[in-house]
Design a protein around this ligand. Structure first.
Ligand code: DX5
Ligand code: ZN
Length: 222
């Protein structure tokens, strides 16, 4: 495996009635991270998973990297600490969901998790400029959030490059994760633009063999 590139399997596309075994299969196939999408029927028009489910996943997979993507409005201390206590390794939220972005990024780190900010396709990257010291990663949405199985928006390749360039201009380096429509035919462009972590929902869990699916994704990066 090329260490620079990590794949995060999104449980949104997993078999929810057999989630533990499905995640075991994905981890056995060497997926690097489990991506956990939290939706509140308000920030996005869909409803998903709470901290109790995350806790159950953490209990069964003590070593897994659990990446919690909060599509929740508003963000507050309670939500962040619930998911951190439940076992999140990484937590990200959208800047539109709170006036207290700086404070909550710091709070995520105080809780012992890696802190990330998520940018919707229409969200400007300028908000990152004064936050580098609070950020462990930036999650760039390559679709509009809310649902799996959508088509990647090509204009986001420029955005990935722009975030990389902005960080460099500020004398910083930042890990970029991308989410939405990542598949063997799109992953290369994301990587070339500067992304290092790739969320894969349908391109992993909707495939018959997860090892083959991940091999194909890695091969596309060679
Ligand atoms: C979309 C979610 C994604 C989703 C990606 O709002 O944030 O994590 O699961 O699914 P795919 O990979 O199918 O586009
Ligand atoms: Zn996500």
């Amino acid at each position: 495996m090329d260490n620079k590139h990590l794949f995060a399997g999104s449980i949104l596309a997993a078999d929810l009635l057999d989630l533990g075994n499905d995640l075991q299969k994905a981890l056995d196939a060497k997926v690097d991270i489990i991506h956990f999408d939290v939706m509140d029927y308000h920030f996005v028009q869909n409803l998903t998973f709470g901290p109790d489910l995350l806790k159950a996943i953490r209990g069964r997979f003590p070593e897994a990297i659990l990446d919690v993507h909060l599509m929740v409005d508003p963000i507050n201390e309670k939500i962040l600490s619930d998911y951190a206590k439940a076992g999140a390794s990484m937590i990200s939220f959208h800047p539109e969901a709170t006036p207290h972005v700086d404070r909550y990024l710091s709070f995520i780190r105080e809780l012992g998790a890696k802190a990330g900010l998520v940018l919707n396709p229409g969200t400007d990257i300028g908000c990152l400029k004064y936050l580098w010291d609070r950020l462990d990663f930036v999650l760039i949405m390559t679709v509009n959030p809310g649902f799996g199985g959508q088509k990647l928006i090509p204009a986001m390749m420029q955005k990935i490059a722009d975030v990389k360039a902005l960080a460099k201009e500020c004398g910083k380096e930042i890990t970029i994760e991308v989410d939405g429509g990542v598949a063997p035919n799109t992953v290369r462009a994301c990587a070339d633009a500067g992304a290092e972590i790739f969320v894969v929902g349908s391109a992993l869990f909707n495939k018959p063999d997860y090892k083959v699916a991940l091999d194909e994704l890695h091969a596309a990066l060679k």
